[in-house]
Design a protein around this ligand. Structure first.
Ligand code: CUA
Length: 148
C-alpha cells in the first residue's frame, strides 16, 4: 500500500473518531437533546401552549408563511418545554437563540425537541430556512418570566 494511502486512512479515521466523540460528548456530558421525529398526528395541527405541571410545558408550534403560531410564548423560569413543530405550507426553520434548539418545520411531519429555560429573558425564534419573500421577517419569541 502506498504511504500516502496509509496516511489518508489514518487521518480520516482520526476525524471520524473526533466526530463520534463530539456526538457522544454533546449527548451525555452536555445533555443536548437530539430532535426526534414523531408519528404524524392531526392533533398537533392546532397551535397551543399547555402548562402540564408547575415546571413543564407542551408547546405546539405551526410555522407558516411568514410567522410562527404562536409567535409569543411565555414560560416560567426553570421550566422544561417540549416543542412540537410542524409547518402549514413549506419547509421552515426553527432556531431559538442561546439554546441548542435548531430544527426544521416540515409539512406533514412533526419534530419534537425538549429544552430547559433557566435564565430570565427573551429568546428570539428565527426561521433559518429560506421560505419565500417574507423569510427575513419570520420571527417569534420565547419570554422567560414569572407567569403568575
Ligand atoms: Cu420561514 Cu424562512
Amino acid at each position: 500500500m502506498n504511504k500516502y494511502e496509509i496516511k489518508a486512512i489514518i487521518l480520516s479515521s482520526a476525524v471520524l473518531a473526533i466526530f463520534f466523540f463530539a456526538i457522544l460528548y454533546n449527548l451525555f456530558a452536555r445533555k443536548i437533546d437530539v430532535p426526534a421525529c414523531i408519528p404524524y398526528d392531526a392533533a398537533f395541527q392546532q397551535s397551543a401552549v399547555k402548562k402540564t405541571d408547575d415546571k413543564h410545558y407542551e408547546v405546539y408550534v405551526i410555522a407558516k408563511m411568514w410567522t410562527f403560531d404562536p409567535a409569543e410564548i411565555v414560560v416560567d423560569p426553570g421550566s422544561t418545554v417540549d416543542f412540537y413543530l410542524s409547518s402549514a405550507d413549506v419547509v421552515h426553520g426553527f432556531d431559538i437563540e442561546n439554546t441548542s434548539v435548531n430544527m426544521m418545520a416540515v409539512p406533514g411531519a412533526i419534530n419534537k425537541v425538549t429544552v430547559q429555560f433557566n435564565d430570565y429573558g427573551t429568546y428570539r425564534i428565527v426561521c433559518h430556512e429560506y421560505c419565500g419573500a417574507g423569510h427575513h421577517n419570520m420571527m417569534g419569541k420565547v419570554m422567560v418570566m414569572p407567569t403568575n
